[in-house]
Design a protein around this ligand. Structure first.
Ligand code: LLP
Length: 440
């Protein structure tokens, strides 16, 4: 038998100390070499619920939410969780019970938050293609505000409100042309991005809004991007929004609230994002001077590090050039690495003394695409059947999953009060063609 070649780590290999990595993410800790979430062993949960499986911590989400409310306690505020980050009903219900409002972008998300028990008066409706039927439903429910992204949308909301005899509270989403210094696909506040109304058009569009019969002009909104690590771009955007607020006062338009969007980044590998408390410290002096209610729309920073994706190593495929570990999760379960070249943590759920020597592995799925990878160049000691945890998976994980290759979507589990609850069952293969018809 010839010895397997052991690849030397490539210069870009990521070596994560699993214990240190877990310690940096509030929900995870190793207890006697076993990775726990809130006191429950993750490899036991993998056995019980099967893999791939998303597992979330209610405690970590609660702590992240409270960090926002504590940090902004000195100004009137409403935290509106961006539903797109993770829209499972159990999670929406948990956050609604904590007092969260919600930032929605579709009629589907409106229906979800209402089904989860949200208070509609704490819901803001963002998104650049709101449909008339969804606008009508949101008006009937009595949401707090529509964040309007274009003149055509303004006219549409006014018309729908008139048709059903309601007044629509609106904000304009202003595009402040600020570089958020994040991945181009998740940067939204530059003038070349499709979002918002440009800073120079904003005054004119506000005047137009104020002249429409069925609208109440109540606020101003911006969202400049996602996974921002510094507070400076937020401060730059705030400065531009404040300029507009002051100019609006000059023309007799007095707003009640300012919505600074979401976007605060999280630690995936070794990023050092500004903390919520530091972010607040940075913005509070200006916000206090304004004397307006603050809305924030965080998504990722409330849920990303409260979740992991558990996956089992299926086949190890070492070679002279590259070592591949084929796992049972794939790009259909977690598309962030393929879509944004996102680096996410991958750590073992059990540290053993008799571990294999570490090698540099690409962690890949079994889908027929070269883009199907979950991580590249990770130094890990792996054996078939090991269960790995992909960290930072609580946000933009399950919600972006697909059925590509007819793969049923994974199950979701929430740990709450020390118990693991199945909050979404694994899909069955048969359910995948339930809406399809054979032409006879
Ligand atoms: N508000 C608006 C209007 C947004 O468009 C977004 C995110 C948020 C709030 C929440 O931003 P967060 O706090 O989560 O950064 N799928 C990508 C992220 C896309 C974010 C899109 N907009 C990813 O996996 O990185």
């Amino acid at each position: 038998m010839t010895a397997m070649p052991i690849n030397s780590p490539s210069p870009s290999a990521i070596v994560l100390d699993p214990v240190v990595h877990a310690a940096n993410l509030s929900a995870l800790q190793y207890v006697d070499g076993v990775l726990n979430m809130d006191g429950l062993a993750l490899d036991v949960l993998a056995e019980r619920f099967g893999t791939p499986c998303y597992v979330y911590s209610a405690d970590a989400m609660t702590a992240a939410y409270r960090e926002y409310t504590d940090s902004f306690a000195s100004v009137p505020h409403q935290i509106c969780y961006a539903v797109k980050a993770n829209s499972n009903l159990a999670i929406l219900h948990l956050l609604a019970q904590l007092g969260a409002g919600f930032d929605i972008v579709t009629g589907g998300e409106l229906a979800r938050v209402l089904a989860a028990g949200a208070d509609p008066s704490r819901v803001v409706f963002s998104g650049l293609g709101k449909q008339p039927a969804d606008i009508a439903r949101a008006l009937a429910a009595g949401i707090a505000c529509f964040n309007v992204e274009s003149e055509a949308e303004l006219a549409r909301i006014d018309r729908v409100a008139g048709e059903i005899g309601k007044r629509a509270p609106i904000s304009l989403r202003v595009n402040p042309d600020v570089d958020a210094k994040t991945h181009p696909y998740i940067s939204t506040g530059l003038k070349e991005n499709k979002f918002g109304i440009s800073h120079q058009d904003a005054l004119r569009v506000y005047q137009q809004a104020a002249s429409l019969p069925n609208l109440d002009v109540v606020g101003i909104d911006c969202h400049i991007g996602s996974q921002l690590l510094d507070a400076q771009p937020f401060a730059d955007a705030l400065a531009k929004v404040v300029e507009l607020i002051e100019a609006l006062v000059q023309i007799g338009i007095h707003l009640q609230h300012i919505d600074l969007g979401g976007g605060l980044g999280v630690r995936y590998i070794d990023e050092q994002p500004v903390s919520v408390a530091q972010f607040a410290e940075y913005l509070l002096p200006t916000l206090k001077r304004l004397d307006m209610k603050l809305y924030l729309e965080p998504g990722r920073s409330l849920v990303a590090n409260a979740g992991v994706l558990l996956t089992r190593v299926d086949i190890l495929k070492p070679s002279a050039h590259k070592n591949f570990a084929v796992v049972d999760a794939a790009m259909n379960d977690m598309i962030r690495p393929a879509l944004y070249q996102a680096e996410m943590g991958v750590i073992p759920t059990r540290l053993t003394d008799d571990a294999q020597p570490a090698k540099t592995w690409d962690i890949v799925g079994a889908i027929c695409e070269t883009g199907d990878f979950l991580a590249k160049n990770r130094v890990l000691s792996l054996a078939a059947d090991d269960v790995l945890a992909i960290t930072g998976a609580g946000a933009y994980g399950f919600v972006m999953a697909s059925n590509y290759n007819s793969r049923p979507r994974a199950c979701e589990v929430l740990i709450q009060d020390g118990t693991a609850h199945l909050i979404r069952a694994r899909e069955t293969v048969e359910s995948l063609w339930q809406l399809e018809h054979i032409i006879k």
